[in-house]
Design a protein around this ligand. Structure first.
Ligand code: FAD
Ligand code: SF4
Length: 465
């Protein structure tokens, strides 16, 4: 039998049929069976210098875990995976692998890269079904560290700190842990039961959590330090929606993507009996081209909107969303109005009646490296819609900045950190994730949380010598 599977294509992953899934919130991708996973794992040629690892922000030992999958040893594959990544079932589902590990895979030189994300998901799901946490708890050093926010950054930081024996408490503003994983990314992409299980694994290592505590309101960072916490990590994300500043944004029928998705994910607006329903009207335009926009558009499809548009000012190549999400959105009938920039929202009796847009063309690349969109004179047009969702980005909430002495931020609100340590301008206070970078990705937030934990440990262990 050949050692490697030299097929040029990834092993197909079963998915719900587009026509069926348009009407439900169940997960689209159904995941590999054991046989499919082994088949795909055999496509990895076990490079001596694996380029894929350099593309992973948390340096998962990719060929090693995939090698174990190829042998059918899923328990060991999980051990290897979980050493570097405490939320693998989440990352296997939502990481933009095509821009990270898979973009570096040598198999992509001819054919598809190895399906690293799909295998990560398979192993993590297998563990949730069959595995047991075996890692022993570290001996407590009785040093208290506080973490603000239970999103990926806060969870990764807290999980890492417990490995060194710290007494870690996460303070979370909401009644549930997970951050965007719970209230932003929809069920059909990331089932909430999976998120809860992975968070339980982190908590089992001894992390404590106090929910419904808003840092900056219930208690401040300075008060936490006075209470004996030796260090504070801020992982409060970027939950404040940005708006375009165009006419009509305050009309009835205009939502921020944040509100729209939170109502559906956390307040179960898809359930008719929910006390917080969300109305999608007949025709809805989602402004933006990132994952958030795709999630809002695909949610609107599932809630019964007849026509759903993505309105984006650049072209297809520039869409920042994961390729898979764009592909799935198209399969589900979302209509892409590319190179179109909204300039105003028209009203009828206080409600949205039309979205006015102007056609764009792309010129030279701007500072982000993407070609800059410029309006084409005289090309404005009206899109007939009765709801609009604005998904053009989020910024950090200013509350913690406003209530913490000595914590400096950029003009746009992001907390300033020293890049190597993640320490802020206030001593012993660290930050990471979207609150530092602005809206980014789960794995980058986790990488930052982990890096901060290592710096916290280095500093606190020095101060004990
Ligand atoms: P968050 O996940 O925002 O968590 C912050 C936590 O802090 C929250 O629980 C919040 O309630 C809490 N908090 C805030 N303020 C306070 C306070 N004052 N006191 C206490 N707690 C506080 N990334 C991907 O990699 N792939 C995707 O497919 C993807 N899709 C996305 C889809 C949507 C709809 C959204 C919104 C984002 C998506 N992202 C995706 C981005 C990704 O989710 C974020 O980059 C990531 O969650 C950032 O993690 P974080 O821990 O920094 O912040
Ligand atoms: Fe396997 Fe691709 Fe990584 Fe090589 S680069 S070790 S083939 S996943």
């Amino acid at each position: 039998m050949a050692k490697f599977n030299m097929s040029l294509q990834k092993t197909r992953i079963p998915e719900q049929d587009p026509l069926e899934r348009k009407a439900n919130f169940k997960e689209v991708s159904l995941g590999y069976s054991e046989e499919e996973a082994i088949n795909e794992a055999k496509r990895c040629i076990q490079c001596k210098t694996p380029a894929c690892v350099g593309g992973c922000p948390v340096n998962v030992h990719i060929p090693q875990f995939i090698g174990k999958v190829a042998e059918g040893n899923f328990a060991e594959a999980y051990e290897i995976l979980a050493e570097q990544n405490s939320l693998p079932a989440v990352c296997g589902r939502v990481c933009p692998q095509e821009k990270q590990c898979e973009s570096k895979c040598v198999r992509a030189m001819k054919g598809d890269p190895v399906g690293i994300g799909r295998l990560e998901r398979f192993v993590a799901d297998w563990f949730i079904e069959n595995g047991k946490v075996t890692r022993e708890k570290a001996v407590s050093n009785n040093i208290k560290v506080a973490v603000a926010g239970a999103g990926p950054a806060g969870l990764a930081c807290a999980g890492e700190l417990t490995k060194y024996g710290y007494d870690v408490t996460i303070f979370e503003a909401l009644h549930t842990a997970g951050g965007v994983l719970m209230y932003g990314i929809p069920e059909f992409r990331l089932p909430k039961e999976i998120v809860k299980k992975e968070i339980e694994n982190v908590m089992e290592q001894g992390v404590k959590i106090e929910k419904n505590v808003i840092i900056g309101r219930s208690v401040t960072v300075d008060e936490l330090m006075e209470e004996g916490y030796k260090s504070v990590f801020i992982g409060s994300g970027a939950g404040l929606p940005n708006f375009m500043g165009i006419e009509g944004e305050n009309l009835n029928g205009v939502y921020s993507a944040n509100e729209f998705l939170t109502r559906v994910n956390l307040m179960k607006a898809y359930d008719e009996k929910s006390p917080t329903p969300v109305s999608v009207g007949e025709k809805i335009a989602v402004i933006g081209g990132g994952n958030v926009a795709m999630d809002a558009a695909r949610t609107a499809v599932r809630l019964g909107a007849k026509e759903v548009y993505i309105v984006y000012r650049r072209g297809e190549e520039e869409l920042p969303a994961r390729l898979e999400e764009v592909h799935h959105a198209k399969e589900e009938g979302v209509i892409f109005k590319l190179l179109s920039n909204p300039v105003g929202i028209k009203e009828d009796k206080g409600w949205v009646s039309k979205l006015e847009c102007i056609e764009m063309e792309l010129s030279e690349p701007d500072e982000s490296g993407r070609r800059r969109p410029v309006p084409i004179e005289g090309s404005s047009f009206l899109l007939d819609v009765d709801r609009v969702v604005i998904a053009i980005g989020q910024s950090p909430n200013p509350l913690i900045r406003q209530t913490t002495d000595g914590l400096e931020t950029h003009k746009w609100g992001g907390i300033i950190v020293e890049e190597n340590t993640m320490e802020t301008t206030k001593e012993s206070v660290y930050a990471g994730g979207d609150v530092v970078t602005g809206a980014a990705t789960v794995i980058l937030a986790m990488g930052a949380g982990k890096k901060a934990a290592i710096s916290i440990h280095e500093k606190l262990s020095k101060s004990r010598v």
